[in-house]
Design a binder for this molecule. Structure first.
Ligand SMILES: Cc1cc2nc3c(=O)[nH]c(=O)nc-3n(C[C@H](O)[C@H](O)[C@H](O)COP(=O)(O)O)c2cc1C
Length: 206
């Protein structure tokens, strides 16, 4: 059984847009109107220095000249891998749009102030959840975690201090590639590369 709807019309911006960041922001905005949740979710692939890859979802929380920003615990697997190998790749897939965007480049730590600002913009519950997390360490039961969160909340009636390991990162893209579903497998692919501070692009066979 196929649930394939009509192929979406060609996006003429793919052939004229000179700025892939602006195009990514436009596609993200369109996905936000049709995705059931978290249109800003992207798969983030990292790799150990001896070549073992791993991938997981994170939320892109900003996109500017510094790159694709995300926040995580630097003691996590991704944090440890980025500390030894800053090369990474990210991929969005918006099923409702039948579009994919991937980016690759180097990931840099954002200043502590970004982490501070983002951490305190989250709900009190999320801040407490992050504060009590012994990131990626074994956990005996869900009850243990919930109990720790309740005790922490009682002990900290005011502001929740940001765990120092909670940090922001930005993937500065060297390449960005757009993919859009087309009829009869005639999909559109447009790849962008950074050249001399600007961007050059090339259409690719799908
Ligand atoms: C939709 C979605 C969004 C997520 N966003 C984040 C995020 O922004 N930051 C984060 O640290 N983990 C996020 N997670 C959890 C990660 O995928 C992952 O389980 C966790 O960070 C541990 O990853 P690691 O052990 O590979 O470092 C998200 C998971 C999902 C499914």
């Amino acid at each position: 059984m196929s649930n394939k709807a009509e192929a979406r019309p060609f996006d003429p911006d793919l052939d004229v847009a000179g700025d892939p960041i602006a195009l990514l922001l436009r596609w993200l905005g369109e996905a936000e109107m049709t995705e059931p949740s978290d249109a800003n979710a992207m798969a983030l692939a990292t790799c150990t220095s001896d070549g073992h890859p791993s991938v997981r979802m994170v939320l892109m929380k900003g996109l500017d000249e510094r790159g694709l920003a995300f926040y995580t615990n630097s003691a996590s697997q991704k944090g440890r891998e980025l500390a030894e190998n800053s090369h990474a790749s990210a991929c969005f897939h918006w099923k409702s749009q039948r579009r994919q965007v991937r980016a690759a480049g180097l990931v840099k730590l954002l200043p502590e102030e970004d982490a501070e600002r983002y951490f305190h913009s989250r709900t009190r519950g999320s801040q407490i959840g992050a504060a009590i997390s012994l990131q990626s360490r074994p956990l005996a039961s869900r009850e243990e975690m919930v109990g720790a969160a309740e005790r922490f909340a009682q002990e900290h009636p005011g502001e929740i201090p940001r765990p120092t390991a909670w940090r922001g990162y930005a993937l500065e893209p060297e390449t960005i590639e757009f993919w859009q579903d087309g009829a009869d497998r005639l999909h559109d692919r447009m790849a962008y590369w950074r050249v001399d501070g600007g961007w050059t692009r090339q259409r690719l066979y799908p």
